[in-house]
Design a protein around this ligand. Structure first.
Ligand code: XLS
Ligand code: NI
Ligand code: NI
Length: 438
């Protein structure tokens, strides 16, 4: 493949922590083994089409600023084909094994659904060739059900049945092309599945429609033999005031309610968790405890800005916490570390895309190594086990095994007199312990 879109940048090497080369990894060393897997296998990095290749650097107050010399200013199929080559050159130089897209990121929407599908088919053929040539794979596909005016009231939760039908057709096709490209998964992010005001909203009906929509998706997945993992990506608000898939707990409740938990896992995004008033680690733990931890959208917000700023993650405390929970639940399987993140409007040169991804990959590599060391050390685990040791025998064991009820516990408490066995939570000690490794 001709290396023409980033002519001054070669394959990003690993040079180790002492390197001063900004276009080298200091910590991410793909082949290095951490525990039982290489970093590449643990982290499964992925580059997103929408921010990295389709973003322009616009904000609410100003137009795009990003220089993308390969763009010809059109939204044509020819430009989409060229952009696909930009994506694969970028991933190859970065050493990212995966990419992710919305249907409308990779190919232009046509005047009719049939034309949109034809555009998509043409670009998908090109993507397939590029995948085969490079070995880079599709982490997940998804459908853009939030940009076009037809989805102004939502898609699966629209008040308009025609919009629901159109969305179904679009998702059907998006699953089919994801299957065609051997995608490891498919994501549902409810871009406008929520409401702007309750004054015009029949929430019960909208939720039932969303449940029905996802059942149809599962049925179609089975019909075409797509084996990739389905994910829901929680986000509490933005663009709507309230999104139904607001956080991990809300998604799990929805999936249980509509008997879909078997068929879905969660794709958790840091900035979405913080918008919901949680930490990323909180949402990962909620998903992990339910056996639904699937994949992550790696980014970070700005605590002083109240929206989804989708910045690249560079905070090693954050990546350590994420990796601690991921390792605890057995690591990523079908999922990946997907950089759903964008460079700042002021970072307008193509090289900034490299700085951004290198920084994120290094931050995750450090988080992985630190989390692994903390687990090997064992003191944190041991502390937690010891903290719950009253459940391992005696009355705790009887409660866990369901052998006692309120009457027996009343007898026990009367004899006990008072609870005298509480131990310190040692939060400060544990915070210091984590710092030993950072
Ligand atoms: C938006 C979401 C979106 C999903 C894919 O906030 O993060 O980018 O990841 O539709
Ligand atoms: Ni996302
Ligand atoms: Ni987001």
């Amino acid at each position: 493949m001709p290396s023409s879109f980033f002519p001054n940048i070669s394959r990003i090497p690993f040079e180790g922590p002492d390197s001063k080369n900004p276009l080298a990894f200091k910590h991410y060393n793909a082949g290095e083994v951490v525990g039982r897997k290489t970093m590449r296998e643990h982290l499964r990095f992925s580059v997103v089409y929408w921010h990295t290749l389709r973003g322009v650097g616009a904000d609410m107050f100003g137009v795009g600023t990003w220089q993308r010399p390969w763009e010809d200013g059109s939204n044509s199929v020819a430009m989409a084909m060229k952009r696909a080559r930009v994506m694969f050159e970028f991933c190859e130089k970065l050493g990212a094994p995966f990419y992710a897209f919305h249907d409308r990121d990779v190919a232009p929407e046509g005047r009719t659904l049939a034309e949109s599908n034809r555009n998509l088919d043409r670009v998908v053929r090109e993507l397939k060739t590029l995948q085969n040539d490079t070995g880079i794979g599709l982490l997940w596909g998804t459908a853009c059900l939030f940009a076009h005016p037809r989805y102004m009231h939502g898609a699966a939760t629209s008040c308009n049945a025609d919009a629901f039908a159109y969305a179904a057709a679009q998702v059907k096709k998006a699953i089919e092309v994801t299957h065609e490209l051997r995608g490891a998964g498919y994501v549902f992010w409810g871009g406008r599945e929520g409401y702007a005001t309750l004054l015009n909203t029949d929430m019960e009906r909208e939720l039932d429609h969303l449940g029905a929509f996802l059942h149809m998706a599962v049925e179609h997945k089975k019909r075409i033999g797509f084996r990739g993992q389905f994910y829901i990506e929680p986000k509490p608000k933005e663009p709507t005031k309230h999104q139904y898939d607001s956080d991990a707990a809300a998604c799990l409740n929805f999936l249980r309610d509509y008997d879909l938990l078997r068929d879905f896992k969660l794709n958790l995004e840091t900035n979405h968790a913080t918008l919901a008033g949680h930490t990323m680690q909180h949402d990962l733990e909620v998903a992990g405890a339910a056996g639904a931890l699937g994949s992550i959208d790696a980014n970070t917000g700005d605590m002083l800005l109240g929206w989804d700023t989708d910045q690249f993650p560079t905070d090693v405390y954050l990546t350590t916490q994420i990796m601690l929970t991921l390792l605890k639940y057995g690591g990523l399987k079908t999922g990946g570390t997907n950089f759903d993140a964008k460079v700042r409007r002021e970072s307008f040169e193509p090289v900034d895309l490299f700085h951004a991804h290198i920084g994120g990959m290094d931050a995750f590599a450090r988080g992985l190594k630190i989390a692994h060391a903390i687990r090997q050390d064992g003191r944190l685990d041991q502390f937690i086990r010891q903290r719950y040791s009253s459940w391992d025998s005696g009355i705790g064991d009887k409660i866990e095994k369901g052998k006692v009820g309120f009457r027996e516990l009343e007898d026990y408490a009367l004899k006990l007199g008072e609870v005298t066995t509480n131990q310190s939570g040692r939060q400060e000690y544990l915070e210091n312990l984590i710092n030993e490794f950072i």
